[in-house]
Design a protein around this ligand. Structure first.
Ligand code: NAP
Length: 308
C-alpha cells in the first residue's frame, strides 16, 4: 500500500527523503502521478484540490500537513476517514515564537519607534514592565498553550480561553462562550490562535473589540475568517484598538489593493507564523504511519463534530 503526497508549498522531494529515513520501504507517491489509485491507503497533504482525495477508494487515513484541518474540511467530497492534525515541535514552536515576537512588539511600542525613525525623530518612550501587561490568548491548545508558557516565562500576566477547561501553570484559564467576556475585560494584548469552525467564524468583531479595554491591540494567527475586517478598521479609527498584527486573511494572498497593506497601525505577514519543517515534521508523521500500520490508536485526531 502507498502514501499520496500533495502540497503547494512543502517540497515533495524533501518530505519523501525525510520520511524514508524513518521508513525506507515507504511507497511515496505524488498526487500528480499516483499510479493505481486502489493502492493508496494514506494521504499526507496541505490544501489538496477539492475532490482529489475522493479518487482513492481504499484511503484509510489522512495526515494533515497543517495544524488546522479547515483546508481539508472545505472539500465537499472529503473521504470519511480519520484525519490526524499536524502537531510537531517546529510548527508549534514556530507559531508560538511568532506570537511572542508580536506581543513583544506591541508591548514595547516598536511601531512607534519605526515611525519615529522614518521621521528621524529622537523621542524616548519606556514600556511598563511585562508583569503589568495583560495578555489574553484565545485558543489554549497545542500552539496557544506553548505560546502561553513562553509569554509567562518572559514575565507577562497571561490568561487563556478555550472550549473546555485547561490548566497551564501560572496562566489564568477561562473557557466556554460565557467566560469570553471575562478574559476580554482583563486583556491589553489579545492573541487569536483558534481553529476555523462555525463557532469561531467572525469572532473578532466590533462586539468583541468593545469588550476589550480601550487601546488594546490584537494579534491574529488563527484563520482569516475569524476577523470581521471592516470592524477592525473601524476599531482602529475610533481608538478602541491601538494596533493589529495579522498573519491570516479572508483572501490569501492578500489582494494588492487591500486597505490592510498600507494601514499605519496594521502589520501584515503572509501566513508565515509557522510551518512544519520536513525533518521534524516527517519524524512525527513517520511515527504515526508506523502506528497506523500496527493498527494502533492515532494521536491528535480531528474531532469532526467539534470541527477541529
Ligand atoms: P488545537 O490544539 O486543536 O487547539 C485549539 C484550541 O482552540 C483549543 O484550546 C480549543 O479548546 C480552542 N477552541 C476551539 N474552538 C473553540 C471555541 N468555540 N471556543 C473557545 N475555544 C475554542 O490547535 P492548534 O494546533 O493549537 O492550532 C490552532 C489553530 O492555529 C489552527 O487550527 C490554525 O487555524 C491556526 N494555525 C495558524 C498557523 C499560521 O501559520 N498562522 C499555523 C498553525 C496553526 P479545547 O482546548 O477546549 O479543545
Amino acid at each position: 500500500m502507498a502514501l499520496i503526497f500533495y502540497s503547494p508549498i512543502n517540497p515533495a522531494d524533501l518530505w519523501e527523503a525525510e520520511l524514508k529515513k524513518h521508513i525506507p520501504d515507504l511507497d511515496f507517491r505524488r498526487l500528480e502521478a499516483p499510479g493505481d489509485p486502489a493502492e493508496i491507503d494514506m494521504a499526507l497533504c496541505w490544501k489538496p484540490p477539492p475532490g482529489a482525495l475522493a479518487a482513492f477508494p481504499n484511503l484509510k487515513v489522512i495526515f494533515s500537513l497543517a495544524a488546522g484541518p479547515d483546508h481539508l474540511l472545505s472539500d465537499p467530497e472529503l473521504p470519511d476517514v480519520p484525519i490526524v492534525r499536524m502537531v510537531e515541535p517546529s510548527l508549534t514552536g514556530g507559531v508560538a515564537e511568532y506570537i511572542v515576537l508580536h506581543v513583544m512588539r506591541h508591548h514595547k511600542a516598536q511601531r512607534r519607534f519605526e515611525e519615529q525613525q522614518k521621521a528621524r525623530l529622537w523621542k524616548e518612550y519606556f514600556a511598563p514592565p511585562a508583569g503589568t501587561r495583560r495578555v489574553g490568548i484565545m485558543g489554549l491548545g497545542a500552539i496557544g498553550g506553548e505560546a502561553a508558557r513562553m509569554l509567562k516565562a518572559v514575565g507577562f500576566d497571561v490568561a487563556g480561553w478555550s472550549r473546555t477547561p485547561k490548566q497551564v501553570a501560572g496562566v489564568t484559564s477561562f473557557h466556554g462562550a460565557d467566560q469570553l467576556v471575562d478574559i476580554l475585560a482583563r486583556t491589553d494584548i489579545l492573541v487569536c490562535i483558534l481553529p476555523k469552525t462555525p463557532q469561531t467564524e467572525g469572532i473578532l468583531n466590533a462586539d468583541l473589540f468593545a469588550k476589550l479595554p480601550q487601546g488594546a491591540s490584537i494579534v491574529n494567527a488563527g484563520r482569516g475568517d475569524q476577523l470581521v475586517e471592516r470592524d477592525l478598521l473601524d476599531a482602529l479609527e475610533s481608538g478602541q484598538l491601538s494596533e493589529a498584527t495579522l498573519d491570516v486573511f479572508r483572501t490569501e494572498p492578500l489582494p494588492e489593493v487591500h486597505p490592510f497593506w498600507g494601514h499605519p497601525r496594521i502589520t501584515v505577514t503572509p501566513h508565515s507564523a509557522g510551518d512544519p519543517f520536513a525533518d521534524s515534521g516527517a519524524r512525527v508523521v513517520a511515527e504515526n504511519i508506523l502506528r497506523f500500520r500496527r493498527g494502533e490508536a492515532l494521536p491528535h485526531l480531528l474531532d469532526r463534530e467539534a470541527g477541529y
